[in-house]
Write a new protein. Sequence first.
Lengths: 462, 509
Amino acid sequence: MATTVEQPVDNTVEIPGERAPLVLGGLDYAAITTTVCQVAERRRPPLAWYIAFWISFPIMLMFGALIGHLFLKGVGVWGNTSPEYWAFDIVNFVFWVGIGHAGTLISAILFLFRQNWRTGINRAAEAMTIFAVICAGTFPGIHIGRVWAFYWLFPIPTEHLAMWPQFRSPLLWDVFAVGTYFTVSLLFWYMGLVPDLATLRDRAQTKLPRMLYGIFALGWTGSARSWHRYEIAYMILAAFSTPLVLSVHTIVSFDFAVSQIPGWHTTIFPPYFVAGAIFSGFAMVVTLLVPARQWFGLKNLITIRHLENMNKIIIATGLMVGTAYAIEFFIAWYGGVESESFAFQNRVFGWYSWAYWIMVTCNVLVPQLFWFKYIRTSPLLMVIICLLVNVGMWFERFVIIVTSLSRDYLPSSWTYYRPTIVDYGMLLGSFGLFMTLFLLFCRFLPTVAISEVKNVAPRPHH
Amino acid sequence: MVSTHAHPDHAKAHSAPRPDSELIGLLAEFEDQDALLDACEHARSSGYKKFDAYSPFPVHGIDQAMGIRRTMLPFFVLAIALGAVVLGVGMQWYANRAVFSPLFPGFDFIISGKPLWSLPANIPVAFEVIVLSSCFATFLGMWYLNRLPRLANPLFRIERFKRASDDRFFLMIEKSDPQFDADQTQEQMRGWGAAAVEAVRLDLTDHQIPLGLRRIGLITGLLLLLPPALIYRAQHATNPEPRLHFMPDMDWQYRFGAQNVGPMWYNDRVPQFFFADKSVMRLPVEGTVPRGGLETDIELFRGIKAGSKIPDPSTAPPLPTTPPADEQEAAALALAQAALEPEWVTTFPAALTVDQAMVERGRDRFNIYCVVCHGYAGEGDGLVNERALELAINSPIQKGATTNATWTKAKSFHDPEVAKQPIGRIFDTITNGRSTMGPYGSQISTRDRWAIVLYVKSLQKAWIDPPKPTIPAANVPPGASDARPSNVSPTEGKSDEKTDPPLLDTKGN
């Protein structure tokens, strides 16, 4: 079928007394199925997919090679040095974990709030969550130095070690939080996929896809009794995922807030980090879905209204983040702690002020453009703004981590952090890993939750 | 089936032909969800119990229409969640507090003076454990209650049922329902608005797992056995090779040992040095006194009388290195040695307060450092000394060994030669060592060394003049005197044996 459908209805306009349609182009149930499944069923994906894949895939391989290099040489290949024991590795970790949060917010929190527009985007957003958490988990996993002793992170009874994790350390909380987050996100995502995998199984024309989709569809028939338990289970998972997603970035922020480095030791960190995570995550969802709906012909299911709603959330969370920046300065002054106020002055006027101003420009100023309806409904402009938001959010973590560590209590140890080529390569490489996984997902799995969209689609008229 | 020699079975199969499929129910197809809802209500009101509806998405209101009772899944999840509270908190308590456990004991970290067990710090991990366990319970419980995964289903053999996951709605009434009657039920279904009605048949001939899958399963199973087999082998085999050394960077680092000489780095292969003398670190300037090293009080720090002349060994004639051949040489050697001896102090230096506390301190230090060789009473019979003597006497020259074990017997303090040494000399012996005895100056502080000297002197005094027990003789039980050392008299006042010279003869020599 045609990849572009004329849109006679502008569903971004609110008509009093009516609900704006979430499925356009007059698609009925069969057409919705076809629209989503044709991506996985067509013999060749569009050219753009090939180009994107053959850019991402070698970068992913490079990431693997750099990790191997790191394992053989040790963490000295990074620019981390005293006193910046944490640098790009943890910046990337916090960045990627934050990206993941939008997926869970869309799939769980918007589900609990009965926001029906989530159905068009939740599948891709959840997939994005899982891939982002894979990227996030990689960095702390490889930064431990002696990677072969990674199992020391877990409470495993060992005879030779006779040691246990220190359960009062936020770094250990992180292991549990991120591990739980990944596992639960995967369960939630897979559970949502099962009915759609059954659709792909039932439509498969050849044996191999039928078998593979069939195995992963677990024999789903769409029985009403199954749907009954499925919906309740889905709601329970959503109810657990909601506090989970808040806890994950809270605990990530504890990595900093529980320590006593000036610029880290603040109670505002948990809400500030969660808002920032949702902010960057939504920006990433928009960045991914605008090209995806274009290339895979999903414009009738992922409509401008969906994108506009996400942009509204971006501006809301962007304002929260901006407020948090201001509050940090107020507390630094009001608290009257000398090293704390120095840390914040140093952020704005010190050696890293360039990073600070990139952060403020991209996170606070640029999203204000979304107040204009033309900008927040224009796919091209919103992608540009969302890319800038993610640049800003990456620099936010850089500012928090590197400026605070490089100017700690002991002036004699102050240095200027310089990343190495391996640092840059790994940052780029994590994007290669993320994009490769996402492109494979778009190619082989239903990018839109078919059964959920049917539930909110207009009922067919006879 | 086509075997030629199995005629009886073949004939039997023909005589009573088994059906190759069995009717298990009727499937009705509907075009929209409203028709399905109507049909479900009809089926329920007609008294059917065993029926199910199939739809591409959950149809709103179908639970009431079919009379589906609410699942017990939430209660199951609640039970697991409550169990996870215990698991999450208990795991942390065990790991950080259960140090008493004989197997896999806990490890109590002392961090920043915080209490060893404080619940707030354990909340995050407990919370994550609860969420993880509950989500698994939800996920697995849902599939279990739905009797899934089930990869073979007679419904999947029906072509039109493929649309159940697309845009059509189905109702199936099972044959096992007591109301079921193939013709009548079919009529009813058509009456409820079914677009089509089809029989669902269970295929009785094809119930084998495909051969390809069986082969894959077998190979996978065998491959899975490999790791445990290898682990088992590794556990029960010895290997002369050293353990794998993953990252040797800690063992071969680019660094210099203290006081070494060498280039600091290379600049275009030209060695660069920090200092003109090419050493990697500076020596302290002449006359540098380390912290706490200003030892001006010669009596206190060296045990030598203040103002006395200290012989300089570098100007004195060298002592002979060979053992003295005759008495004359021995006398000459003793004289030469005596000439090297400074004038030792005979009273405790003025900087010290000699009191009972100092004796106790001396006893405490003595029992740590000296007892192993000199023994508790200073008789030179400490365990190390005894064992070393035993080794020295018994060990023949081992194959390949170049020297025999040698040991100079630890001195008894009650040896008259030792007993008459001035206290400065004893202090010097402790500080710098003598013969086999090593120096203890770096291990025991100056005041503690003096305390030991004091304790040694009190041991010597007690040997010659043993302290008298204060217990009245009447209270000593009969036979108690036998258990006491023979040199301590249990009776007071009337014994002359307390100064009996033979005591020194038997014990002191």
